[in-house]
Write a protein that binds this ligand. Structure first.
Ligand code: G3P
Ligand code: CA
Length: 307
């Protein structure tokens, strides 16, 4: 039977500050098939969910005078970054911080949760999924869709992500063949390395061009592509070499929608996300990342019902 995966992007990040247990919990309640944590590492080798290792934008670290001297500048993957970096903190120190909304101007309602939620470990996120699975009984397991962030940087500082990701999945029963897991990365070297370590499905993330899909198919099982790449021809080309196609990122605010689907003039107002998702489902995609999983599930289910 055809299925199309709804992947909760950073949890239900349109409705809660991203990468928090509360964001993932809401995504599970809303029926997402997979929850997506981006992963970075602490100084003492613990995987935590953050979109990048600089945490000034998504935590209250700047309000902690005891960490003021940790602010620094470094080059990461060719980009100069200034702020506070996860590799300079132990997990105990990270746990003293509280998450903040990344997009306060577009998502002011989420700011009501600023200061309330901690930064979760990858273990805590998989544990949340495991508990939900237990409550569901025999129903499909919640999938886990981790992304390794800045893997070369972390390897370079002696904190490699790869084995830690696999170990965490194994600890929670998510490493067997057929487990609902995809591991994603923008870095092909990282994925090739992982291919030598696991049979779990791997996803090559692509932003600007599809590139040599035949080559990608040698080490990956799917591509995770920006919407601009998800043309009907692009989807067909990927399927021709047995790559699944997952598309990112679907967001309901006008800021992120094409002009014909905006409603009203405010960038923060919600437009017609349903229609945008429907357009892409019609191109034959196999899954999509969405900040509003309830919308994704509703549109996907209606689409499959009519198909
Ligand atoms: O992982 C798919 C998508 O999330 C990639 O973009 O920047 O949101 O991690 P990003
Ligand atoms: Ca991601």
């Amino acid at each position: 039977m055809t299925n199309i995966l709804v992947i909760a992007h950073r949890g239900a990040s349109g409705e809660r500050p991203e990468h928090t247990i509360e964001s993932y919990r809401l995504a599970i309640e809303e029926g997402a098939d997979y929850i997506e944590p981006d992963l970075v590492m602490t100084r003492d080798g613990v995987l935590i969910a953050r979109h990048e290792n600089e945490i000034g934008g998504t935590t209250d670290v700047a309000q902690h005078p005891e960490f003021a001297e940790r602010r620094r500048t470094q080059i990461i993957d060719g980009e100069t970054m200034t702020g506070w970096f996860t590799e300079d903190f132990t997990i105990a120190e990270i746990k003293t911080l509280r998450a903040r909304e990344r997009l306060p101007e577009l998502r002011p309602q989420n700011c009501a949760f600023d200061g309330r939620f901690t930064v979760p470990t990858f273990d805590e996120i998989i544990q949340l999924a495991t508990e939900a699975n237990r409550r569901r009984g025999g129903a499909a397991k919640i999938g886990v869709y981790p992304e390794t962030k800045h893997p070369a940087h972390f390897t370079g500082i002696g904190l490699p992500l790869e084995q830690a990701v696999l170990d965490a999945l194994r600890r929670h029963g998510y490493a067997a063949d057929g487990s609902p897991v995809f591991i994603q990365s923008f870095d092909p070297r990282n994925l090739r390395q992982l291919r030598g370590m696991t049979r779990l499905p791997l996803v090559q993330l692509l932003e600007h061009e599809l590139g040599d899909l035949g080559e990608i198919a040698k080490y990956a099982d799917a591509i995770g592509i920006a919407k601009v790449l998800a043309t009907p021809d692009g989807v067909r080309a990927a399927h021709a070499v047995n790559l699944k196609v997952h598309v990112w990122t679907f967001r309901a605010e006008n800021e992120f929608l094409p002009d014909d689907l905006k409603i009203g003039g405010s960038p923060a107002a919600l437009g017609c996300l349903d229609a945008e998702i429907q357009r892409f489902l019609g191109r034959g995609i196999d899954g999509f990342f969405v900040d509003f999983p309830a919308v994704g599930v509703r549109v996907r289910d209606a689409y499959l019902m009519e198909a």
